[in-house]
Write a protein that binds this ligand. Structure first.
Ligand SMILES: [Cu+2]
Length: 152
């Protein structure tokens, strides 16, 4: 019983001290050269960069350019699912299209194609693709304008 009373008294005293310092802290604080104190951040070590490289997600939209009677690439990669091929035929007066087949050549089943149209023109082709390999070709230039799409 006595101990508890003593603790209560000490606590009350501490509260008074806190109140007193708060009351006195008003104007005198402005004289402190707090702006000159060193910034603690300067001494902190730079965080080490995580060495793990994030695996880039395969795109679902593929850009393909037709120029000088060539495709801009003969290898594309896409994520399985709905794939959009944005074909930009930059050859003025030259007809191109994009024709997609299952497999690695035009002997597979035809999945989708754009119409043969003279450039400059932009065409969009949407194809539902499961994981696997696909082949694309321009029907007007099947010997020079071909490529494969790897989907997973
Ligand atoms: Cu072509």
């Amino acid at each position: 019983m006595q101990l508890r009373m003593k603790i209560t008294v000490v606590a009350a005293g501490a509260a008074l001290v806190l109140l007193g310092s708060a009351a006195c802290g008003g104007d005198s604080d402005s004289d402190e050269p707090s702006a000159n104190s060193p910034a603690p951040a300067a001494t902190q070590a730079a965080p080490t960069a995580a060495p793990t490289e994030a695996v880039a997600a395969k795109p679902s939209t593929l850009a393909l350019v037709g120029k000088d009677i060539l495709f801009s690439t003969d290898k594309l990669e896409a994520a399985a699912g709905a794939v959009t091929i944005e074909f930009d035929n930059q050859d003025g007066g030259v007809p191109h299209n994009v024709h997609v087949f299952k497999g690695t050549d035009a002997t597979g089943s035809s999945l989708a194609k754009t119409e043969l149209e003279s450039g400059p023109i932009k065409q969009t082709l949407q194809v539902e693709m499961e994981a696997g390999n696909y082949f694309y070709v321009c029907d007007a230039h099947p010997t020079t304008m071909t490529g494969t799409i790897s989907v997973d």
